[in-house]
Ligand binder design. Structure first.
Ligand SMILES: Cc1cc2nc3c(=O)[nH]c(=O)nc-3n(C[C@H](O)[C@H](O)[C@H](O)COP(=O)(O)OP(=O)(O)OC[C@H]3O[C@@H](n4cnc5c(N)ncnc54)[C@H](O)[C@@H]3O)c2cc1C
Length: 323
């Protein structure tokens, strides 16, 4: 039985923990909860999936599909989705969502794993001593790991592991940042769609939360700014950003009331634009001693099924490695 440390309890880290069961696994995350960018935020009686919105019904990762059915954590919804607001183009779309918000997916996967965990633990350094690895946080040091799997956004992973891994600039994946604005209205605005794209040149995506959470008494929306707008406005003040989004929303849907709640979340490494695999033809990065590996959604794509698949592929390799 190997002592394995996993840094990052997002979907990639959870996939590795699931697929490497039988080892002594400890997972670390700087956040207080598992899930990473699959995040459901509550504010009083308001609720928003302000990271991943849904799982594509046609994703091709069979293991993830079967696990989610077995754990009974997803439901299929048929929604009205606007592909072009100005031309009033509305389609019906079938999507998969978490039964209690998107974060219930990683939460339930995590709850069913038999592993050790340390949340609120930001790993700031990795050290190698006498053939094993130690992980360091501001307050603690964790020793004696045979294997360390780093499942965090690429640039952060590079910073943490640069002593051990030979990074190639030409294989550097690219992420796009996305600002997310959460809005809630006291009364129903009677908007006839559940979400869509192309509402405005600066808004890449918007989704109503009420079809996800039937007990919501106020109307809630999550609105993603385009990565172009986000990149060009990295210094923008939250209030300025929210007022701009509110104004676009008011005009687009003829809204007559002011929101009762507004908030912004800044995802700096939101979605992969160019994958590591497309540049290097490889499915992970590893150290010379084959005891430290990097993975994440950035290896394969921009969705949570890509993240699961990246973890799955690395686990196959680790399972056949003969230490
Ligand atoms: C706004 C937005 C919308 C999206 N919409 C969709 C969608 O609709 N459908 C879809 O399929 N995908 C969507 N995605 C993408 C999807 O959320 C990601 O592809 C997937 O969740 C990535 O998982 P991951 O485990 O690779 O990384 P992450 O989820 O980023 O997990 C990394 C974890 O590592 C932790 N961490 C980082 N550094 C450290 C450290 N030094 N020490 C300890 N812990 C650390 C973080 O706290 C985090 O929990 C969206 C993403 C965003 C941001």
């Amino acid at each position: 039985m190997r002592n394995i440390a996993i840094i990052g309890a997002g979907i990639t880290g959870l996939s590795l923990a699931y697929n490497l069961s039988g080892n002594n696994i400890t997972i670390f995350d700087k956040s207080w909860r598992p899930g990473g960018r699959v995040s459901t935020r509550k504010n009083g009686n308001l609720i928003f999936d302000h990271g991943a919105h849904y799982l594509s019904k046609n994703h091709e990762v069979e293991q993830l599909r079967n696990l989610l059915i077995k754990l009974d954590i997803i439901e299929e919804k048929k929604i009205k989705f606007s592909t072009n607001h100005l031309k009033n183009k509305i389609e019906e779309k079938n999507i998969l969502i978490g039964k209690n918000g998107m974060n219930s997916i990683p939460k339930k996967i995590f709850d069913n794993l038999e592993i050790n965990s340390h949340f609120n633990s930001n790993i700031t350094k990795i050290e190698k001593k006498n053939g094993t690895y130690s992980l360091v946080t501001d307050k603690n040091q964790f020793n004696d790991f045979d294997l360390v799997l780093v499942c965090i956004p690429y640039l952060q992973a590079k910073h943490l592991t640069k002593e051990f891994i030979n990074f190639k600039i030409e294989h550097e994946p690219k992420y796009e940042p996305i600002y997310t604005v959460m809005l809630s209205y006291e009364k129903d605005n009677e908007i006839k769609i559940d979400g869509g794209v192309n509402l405005h040149k600066d808004i890449s995506f918007f989704m109503k939360q009420n079809f996800k959470f039937p007990n919501l008494t106020n109307e809630c929306w999550v609105i993603n700014l385009s990565s172009k707008f986000t990149n060009e406005n990295l210094e923008i003040d939250n209030k300025v950003l929210e007022d701009m989004v509110i104004s676009i929303f008011e005009k687009s849907f003829n809204i007559k009331q002011k929101p009762k709640f507004q908030n912004t979340h800044r995802w700096l490494y939101a979605q992969t634009q160019i994958t590591y695999n497309s540049l290097s033809k490889k499915n992970w990065l590893g150290s010379k001693d084959s005891k430290l590996f990097l993975s994440g959604d950035w290896v394969m794509g921009k969705s949570l099924s890509d993240a699961w698949n990246a973890g799955l592929k690395l686990s196959h390799y680790i399972n056949i490695l003969n230490y």
